[in-house]
Design a binder for this molecule. Structure first.
Ligand SMILES: *Cc1c(COP(=O)(O)O)cnc(C)c1O
Length: 360
């Protein structure tokens, strides 16, 4: 193969710069605080359903309408099944939503510091976009979202900052943009934020997206969902059925239903993570870190004297994985997922020693 010459067919390729996911190291003895996974396993009810799973059902295609999971989610959130769309992780739901709703010559708007998949989907689908800088406290600036646009998307709480905007802030943006679709990505809303879901009754241009990957302990099952007006959901389904009718595999549907039904376990684990997060905030402050107040299952922290990249590498040598983004404005920050109390204590014990030379 000749590798110096660019083949003619290459000009016709749709070239994209892909999203870079956090590392999934194969090593078993590590503290993994780099991808915001839940440190607790799914509930016993989910485990039981997996053990009792009927292998014969895999012969058949799964239900294309994903009705069992859609109905249980609709009931949980007080909606009709026509208000819920389920996909293969919220990444799949969001990609479908970009393709369905962001179809204008005007740019879509999202923050400069945010989930780094948004610009990837925009590029992939050739959607023009204009990023809006967060203020110095990492808050969204409302006025930025009142200009003409082809659609709006932001996470709430935002990632990787953990900063939460309140409902009235979101309502003002949705209300001022009724000619376009506003997508609120609530991947972390269960960790203490207030969902803007009630606003879908009032505004037909709002789509709320959530996931089983963080608060519901099932990143490995790939389940995400969107909630909104019937018409929005029906447009989303039209696009889904134009790509792949059978998106959710049979096991994900069965285990997803059990997950939603065990609400006691869900609330217990979320509350444990919130308690660990609040304790971690105190510890990190004592160690010389500062961070915007987090309403998610991670803390976005910068140290007063130790450079983030150096700390990132030192932690990695200890088999403690956190996330570092070598990007404008945030290259001196680390995003630290909240693990179990034991994992966080191991992190703090290491930091105590390592930061000694920086903290004097
Ligand atoms: C984790 C995350 C997602 C995607 O999660 P899935 O595992 O695909 O459901 C979407 N948005 C944000 C902001 C996230 O952090």
């Amino acid at each position: 193969m000749c590798d110096t010459k660019v083949a003619k067919w290459e000009d016709k390729v749709r070239k994209v710069i892909p999203y870079t996911p956090g590392e999934q190291p194969k090593c078993s003895k590590m503290i993994k605080l780099n991808t915001n996974e839940n440190p607790y396993p799914p509930s016993k009810a989910v485990e039981k359903a997996l053990q009792e799973f009927q292998i014969d059902s895999l012969r058949l295609y799964p239900d294309p309408t994903i009705s069992n999971l859609t109905e249980v989610l609709a009931e949980y959130y007080g909606l009709k099944k026509e208000n819920v769309f389920v996909g293969v992780g919220s990444d799949d739901v969001l990609a479908n939503a970009f393709l369905t709703f962001f179809n204008s010559d005007k740019p879509i708007l999202f923050p400069d510091i945010t989930y780094s998949f948004y610009d990837v989907w925009a590029d992939l689908y050739k959607i023009p976009y204009k990023v809006q800088p967060l203020d110095e406290n990492f808050s969204l600036v409302k006025e930025d979202y009142l200009q003409e646009n082809g659609g709006i998307i932001f996470p709430n709480p935002n990632a990787p900052t953990g900063v939460l905007q309140d409902i009235s802030f979101i309502e003002d943006i949705v209300k001022a943009n009724q000619d376009v679709i506003v997508i609120v990505d609530e991947a972390y809303i269960d960790f203490g934020g207030k969902s803007c879901l009630p606003l879908i009754e009032k505004y037909d241009n709002l789509l709320v997206v959530q996931t089983f990957s963080k608060s519901r302990s099932m990143a490995g099952m790939r389940i995400g969902f969107a909630m909104g007006n019937e018409k929005l959901i029906s447009y989303l389904n039209d696009v889904k059925y134009s790509i792949n009718s059978y998106t959710m595999n049979q096991t994900s549907i069965v285990l997803g239903v059990e997950n939603v039904k065990d609400d006691i376990y869900f609330k217990e684990t979320v509350n444990k993570i919130i308690a660990t997060r609040e304790r971690s905030k105190k510890q990190l402050k004592e160690l010389g870190f500062s961070f915007p107040d987090s309403y998610s299952n991670f803390i976005f922290a910068t140290h007063k004297t130790c450079p983030a990249q150096e700390l990132f590498e030192a932690l990695k040598r200890e088999n403690i994985y956190v996330r570092y983004f070598k990007k404008d404005r945030i290259s001196n920050y680390l995003r630290i997922s909240i693990g179990t109390d034991e994992e966080m204590d191991a992190l703090f014990a290491f930091l105590q020693v390592f930061l000694k030379k920086y903290n004097n």
